[in-house]
Design a protein around this ligand. Structure first.
Ligand SMILES: C[S@@+](CC[C@H](N)C(=O)[O-])C[C@H]1O[C@@H](n2cnc3c(N)ncnc32)[C@H](O)[C@@H]1O
Length: 231
């Protein structure tokens, strides 16, 4: 397991243990669920998955309930989830703040929101933002060797990557909207492809020179865990 995932897992284990201390089933929303969930939940959980892709929902075997819908506009029931997981999704939304407000409304008091996403202020983030989807598909197909890339229900998905989802902005949003920050890690994610790693290494070097070291191009991803305050 990637060490960042292991660290997150121990934070989540503790927070969820506290929520489910009376042994009840906890309600989880997997927001932009795709077909896979990275966080392991040991308690009794009832998981609702929402995604705009019917194909992704069909492939997801971890859900008790499936919603075909848009996170930004779907009317999620108020104060209905103990835990919301939004993993590699906010970068795909034209209005991520709308989704975050939806999460705020749908989280129970004392509930948890886990956000994992790429850091726009990194080489991977800037490259993803300023290149078209066609280029991402080409990279997945020809460099990563994924022949299904870009076909219906397969990534890479269209990316908007708004600056409003840089770590400092999301942190500010959380604090202004009644959440505490329980955990924040901005770290180097791994692409695990020699060609991409080499291209990124060259671009990182150039970026560091041009931004006089102000942008740390290696911090490609981040995880933030929020808790909705009870007051
Ligand atoms: C990179 S995948 C991540 C999937 C999954 N969370 C994971 O970590 O494997 C992004 C997912 O977000 C979904 N998505 C994109 N825009 C969305 C929206 N507006 N509302 C809900 N889901 C959306 C895509 O269909 C896709 O399944």
């Amino acid at each position: 397991m990637h060490k960042e995932l292991a660290k997150l897992q121990s934070v989540v284990d503790k927070l969820v243990r506290d929520i489910a201390s009376d042994g009840r089933t906890i309600r989880v929303l997997d927001a932009g669920c795709g077909s896979f969930r990275y966080v392991d939940l040991k308690q009794n959980v009832y998981t609702v998955g929402i995604d705009v892709s019917e194909k992704q929902l069909q492939k997801n075997a971890n859900l008790n309930e499936k919603i075909l819908g848009d996170l930004q506009t779907y009317d999620l029931p108020a104060s209905s989830f103990d835990l919301i997981i939004c993993w590699d999704v906010l970068e795909h939304l034209p209005n991520p703040t709308k989704a975050l407000l939806n999460f705020k409304n749908a989280t129970k008091k004392g509930g948890i929101v886990i956000l994992k996403l790429p850091n726009i202020l990194s080489i991977k983030g800037l490259l993803t933002k300023f290149t078209p989807l066609g280029f991402h598909v080409w990279m997945y197909r020809h460099v990563c060797g994924s022949q299904e890339a870009g076909k219906d229900g397969h990534g890479p998905f269209r990316t908007f990557f708004k600056f409003s989802i840089r770590p400092a902005a999301v942190k500010r949003f959380a604090l202004e909207n009644g959440f505490s920050i329980e955990y924040l890690s901005i770290y180097e994610g791994h692409v695990q492809n020699k060609v991409i790693d080499t291209i990124l290494a060259i671009l990182k070097f150039i970026l560091q020179i041009f931004t006089l070291g102000k942008i740390n191009p290696n911090k490609t991803d981040y995880i933030m865990v929020l808790k909705k305050q009870k007051r």
